[in-house]
Design a protein around this ligand. Structure first.
Ligand SMILES: Cc1cc2nc3c(=O)[nH]c(=O)nc-3n(C[C@H](O)[C@H](O)[C@H](O)COP(=O)(O)OP(=O)(O)OC[C@H]3O[C@@H](n4cnc5c(N)ncnc54)[C@H](O)[C@@H]3O)c2cc1C
Length: 460
């Protein structure tokens, strides 16, 4: 029986464990912080649980237009409802702990052995955890990543916070400063704004979400500022300090921004130090990320790596797929290499931004020739009924074949709407094929079919 040892119990690790167990291997998962990893305990699951409350607040705040009357407060929902952050955070933590327990129970049912502790690579395909040395035929390293901090901006866990620490807040911040306008910064800024907290977003770039579709981030910035967010673009943080109840963010141009709390969203560093990687011959890049190929192999025979510690694309879904691919490959099952052009992802802001396949950036850089259609959601009947004005559908097709190679959805529940585009990209469907499938009337997905219809080519 093949022995598989997995270091790290996040999605990269636990999804691989299921596959390995299914294929008949003897599987051990070594984890320090809790099964489910950062994805379940501190990052993905907690933030999306917080955002579920934020979404509801947004809907209620916008509901006067749909005829909801808040009779105690002269029809103004924003003064009628307020968030109980202690309750929200208690729910977040419980849900995350329950999810972790569910995952551990499923692993147990699959016969996976779980060892609590810090693992490191030993000689000859072994993993060392405390006093125990576990022999393996294959090792998967899936140790994830941790929030990046800077010497001039050290979190104190009370008012200067990493994204892992925000769930300890029991009082609503009077004024929140979010430093960093990547996905994590934008999501927290958008969520806390929706919860009724004044938010300033400090962005070193000229727009929020610099890595996303530019049209999408323009919509987000427009909506966020309309809702009252202060966005400071081209503003590089130099330091964050605290004096009593006041937090000051100093910018490199000398300006200062003050608030009651600050969230640092400065990116992630891989958890790859002191893992015995170098001794085992596992190569890392200059940022410390483990180098892997498209079937998750490292430079050391028998050692695979998956997830954030590889830096390939820091998403739970990608981590899980890398982990599964590693096990399919090692255990001789059918395997297709990881294809990043098929990955769909979502930014859980208000509105949501979902993307799949080739991006506008690649198109603009001339990496691929495409025909583009962009259809605003405002004209959609369902959107009008729901009071939705912001957002759009964008599709990219190959000019010759009409095959859909990418798309962007900006709007409510874009994370759900993107799936049909994702399916089209994965299965190389043409715009005509997508357009011919029935959609419900009225529905937001009707706009996806409509966008595809607009790309119909009349043969001349
Ligand atoms: C705020 C935030 C929100 C996010 N939201 C989303 C989202 O909505 N959707 C999405 O797809 N992605 C999201 N992500 C990204 C996602 O969380 C990561 O891509 C995912 O956690 C990566 O999984 P992983 O298995 O590589 O690592 P992790 O989930 O970090 O798990 C690694 C595990 O390994 C353990 N470990 C580390 N070192 C050792 C060691 N030496 N020995 C034993 N165990 C060790 C850790 O304790 C941890 O339990 C979000 C990230 C952040 C920061």
């Amino acid at each position: 029986m093949d022995r598989v040892v997995i270091i790290g119990g996040g999605p990269g690790g636990y999804e691989a464990a299921h596959v390995a167990a299914q294929l008949g291997a003897e599987v051990t998962v070594v984890d320090t912080d809790g099964i489910g990893g950062s994805a379940v305990l501190t990052d993905c699951v907690p933030s999306k649980t917080l955002i579920a409350t934020a979404e509801l607040m947004t809907e209620v705040s916008d509901s006067a237009e749909l005829g909801i009357d808040f009779f105690d407060h002269e029809g103004d929902a924003t003064t009628t409802i307020r968030v109980d952050l202690a309750k929200v955070n208690a729910r977040v933590k419980k849900l995350a702990a329950d999810q972790s327990a569910d995952i551990a129970a499923r692993l147990e049912r699959d016969g996976v052995r779980m060892v609590k502790g810090r693992g490191r690579l030993g000689p000859d395909l072994t993993v060392i955890v405390g006093d125990e040395t576990i022999q393996a035929d294959s090792i998967l390293v899936a140790t994830g990543a941790a929030p990046r901090t800077l010497p001039g901006a050290m979190p104190d866990g009370e008012r200067i916070l990493t994204w892992e620490q925000v769930y300890d807040l029991t009082e609503v911040p009077e004024k929140l400063i979010v430093v960093g306008s990547g996905v994590t910064g934008a999501e927290f800024a958008s969520a806390y704004l929706a919860l009724g907290i004044p938010v300033t977003l400090v962005s070193s770039r000229d727009r929020v979400l610099p890595g996303e579709d530019a049209d999408a981030s323009a919509v987000l910035e427009e909506v966020a500022t309309r809702r009252g967010m202060e966005v400071l673009s081209q503003s590089r943080m130099e330091s964050v300090t605290r004096d009593g109840e006041v937090v000051t963010v100093r910018l490199t141009d000398g300006r200062e921004v003050t608030g009651s709390h600050c969230i640092l969203a400065l990116g992630s560093v891989p958890n790859t130090a002191d893992l015995g990687l170098e001794e085992a011959g596992v190569e890392t890049d200059e940022g410390g990320f483990i180098k892997v190929d498209r079937v998750s192999r490292t430079s050391c025979r028998g050692v695979y790596a998956a997830g954030d510690c590889t830096g390939v694309l820091m998403l739970a879904s990608v981590a899980a797929m890398q982990g599964r691919i590693a096990m399919w490959h090692f255990l001789g099952d059918a395997v297709a290499p990881l294809d990043l052009k098929k990955v769909s992802s979502n930014v859980f802001t208000a509105p949501e931004i979902a993307t799949v396949g080739w991006s506008q950036k690649s198109v603009d850089a001339g990496e691929i020739q495409v025909q583009v259609v962009m259809l605003p959601l405002a004209g959609n009947a369902r959107a009008k009924m729901q009071g939705v004005r912001d957002g759009f559908i964008k599709l990219f097709i190959r000019p010759g074949t009409g095959i859909i190679v990418g798309g962007v959805v900006v709007g409510p529940r874009a994370s759900e709407l993107i799936h049909v585009v994702s399916l089209a990209v994965a299965e190389s469907l043409t715009a005509d094929k997508l357009a011919q499938a029935f959609t419900v009337y009225p529905s937001l997905s009707g706009s996806i079919a409509e966008a595809a219809r607009r790309l119909h080519r009349v043969e001349s």
